[in-house]
Design a protein around this ligand. Structure first.
Ligand code: DDK
Ligand code: ZN
Length: 428
């Protein structure tokens, strides 16, 4: 009888637990400075993880804060919010299911099928895919090892050369600087597949690939990406160990040498926007910087892919100053955003990073710009917080298609602006 009673109590506890409290993402809005301070505090404790903004230092009055709250802190966090009359709504109540949806059926489709590109893939599978793609396209695709990660994983970029005409310029795209932004690597795979299958069939893709070589780095932060598959889906930074702290990881998008670690980054290793010990302290950022330094004369367009919030950003993010070709970049981003709106109905914000989201020094786009690559953009792909980082696989296709639309618009403009008009060479 006694054991039966205990069993009954345990059963109830168990069901009560699983139906009432899941891991959740809350959308929280503070109205007063006092509430902002409380929220900043909450977002660094109770094992919560900030989704938006990326760091408490960006939280302001009236900003919509997206906060991941694990089940076992749910009550504490909600009690605190209620106690300080801070309004919140539950944005996601089924994070476990969404994570499962993102990792289900991986690697069951052949790499040649279109469904393969509508799923998320593990790091190992992406490495296989890189090799497979190069092997299947021996005359047009090469694998380049540009360096290795902190945990010694290879950083492979693909080089697409669809046309062998001389003096071609180049486009660089990197994906997955931030580990949890899974739509980014998915986009890099999509873009390569799209380029290879539509060259010679689609006018814009053909024009771009006739004029430019394309370098694609599908996963710039392999250690972090691996970690999001095995241990913590919410991880953002790389996985390097800091002297004198038990906290792990550097924000690679704060580690470049562009007003490094000024306002909008942190010297604190526990911060999500930790800038590292010095500029390019991390092997991942150093590898990309080294490659671009040695290819800066050919690379005319730099793109780096993130999520989420649907924005097309350009320098500067490290200062409020305007770049010299601000107007040019603004027009390109505007046209790209308009094309997305026209074809897919989604709104993308666009503008200089610092004025459009927040000051974010040490980013790859700003560093690349200062290196002399004057067409430099950060894309923040879908969505706007409906699923956030847990964008279901069924949304990959539309997210990638609209991003391809933006890449096309911008790349075509760059070609127009930088191409030597071949005719005039002979006629003048
Ligand atoms: O790194 C960030 O915080 C976001 C992407 Se999640 C981009 C900030 C603007 C571009 C900074 N170079
Ligand atoms: Zn990011």
């Amino acid at each position: 009888m006694k054991t039966l009673l205990i069993w009954f109590v345990l059963m109830n506890l168990d069901t009560g637990h699983s139906t009432e409290t899941h891991d959740q993402v809350l959308s929280i809005t503070s109205k007063t400075q006092e509430q902002v301070d409380v929220l900043k505090n909450i977002s660094t404790q109770h094992e919560t993880v900030l989704w938006q903004p990326d760091s408490p230092q960006y939280i302001r009055e009236e900003s919509h804060v997206h906060l991941f709250v694990p089940a076992n802190s749910s009550k504490t966090v909600k009690d605190l919010l209620q106690k300080h009359s801070i309004a919140y709504v539950i944005l996601l109540d089924n994070t476990k299911e969404l994570i499962e949806m993102q990792t289900r059926n991986v690697s069951t489709d052949p790499r040649s099928s279109s469904s393969y590109y509508q799923r998320y893939h593990s790091l190992e599978e992406i490495y296989y895919w890189i090799n497979w793609t190069a092997q299947n396209n021996p005359s047009t695709v090469k694998v380049i090892l540009i360096g290795s990660s902190y945990e010694k994983r290879p950083l492979y970029a693909l080089k697409l050369t669809l046309n062998n005409r001389p003096n071609k310029t180049a486009l660089w795209i990197d994906c997955g600087i931030h580990a949890r932004e899974w739509i980014a690597p998915a986009f890099c795979l999509w873009f390569v597949q799209h380029s290879l299958s539509f060259y010679g069939r689609n006018k814009d893709i053909t024009n771009i690939l006739d004029n430019m070589d394309v370098y694609v780095l599908p996963v710039m932060n392999p250690d972090g990406y691996k970690y999001t598959w095995t241990t913590d889906r919410m991880w953002r930074k790389n996985r390097s160990i800091s002297k004198g702290s038990s906290c792990i990881g550097v924000d690679l998008n704060r580690n470049f040498d562009a007003n490094w670690c000024t306002m909008g980054a942190s010297h604190e290793p526990c911060s999500q926007i930790y800038c590292g010990a010095f500029p390019e302290s991390e092997p991942e950022s150093q590898a990309v910087a080294d490659f671009l330094r040695s290819h800066k004369d050919s690379v005319q367009l730099y793109l780096t892919i993130h999520s989420y919030s649907q924005m097309l950003l350009f320098p500067y993010s490290c200062t409020l100053d305007e770049v010299e070709n601000h107007q040019d970049l603004l027009e390109m981003a505007q046209e790209a955003a308009q094309n997305i709106k026209r074809h897919y109905g989604n709104n993308y914000k666009y503008g200089a990073g610092a004025k459009t989201i927040y000051l974010a020094p040490g980013g790859s786009d700003d560093w690349v710009y200062n290196l002399g690559i004057k067409y430099s953009f950060t894309f923040e792909l879908q969505d706007r917080g409906e699923y956030g980082f847990l964008l279901p696989p069924s949304h990959i296709s539309k997210a990638c298609k609209e991003a391809v639309t933006a890449v096309k618009a911008i790349a075509l403009k760059v070609i127009e602006k930088t191409q030597v008009p071949t005719r005039s060479l002979y006629t003048v």
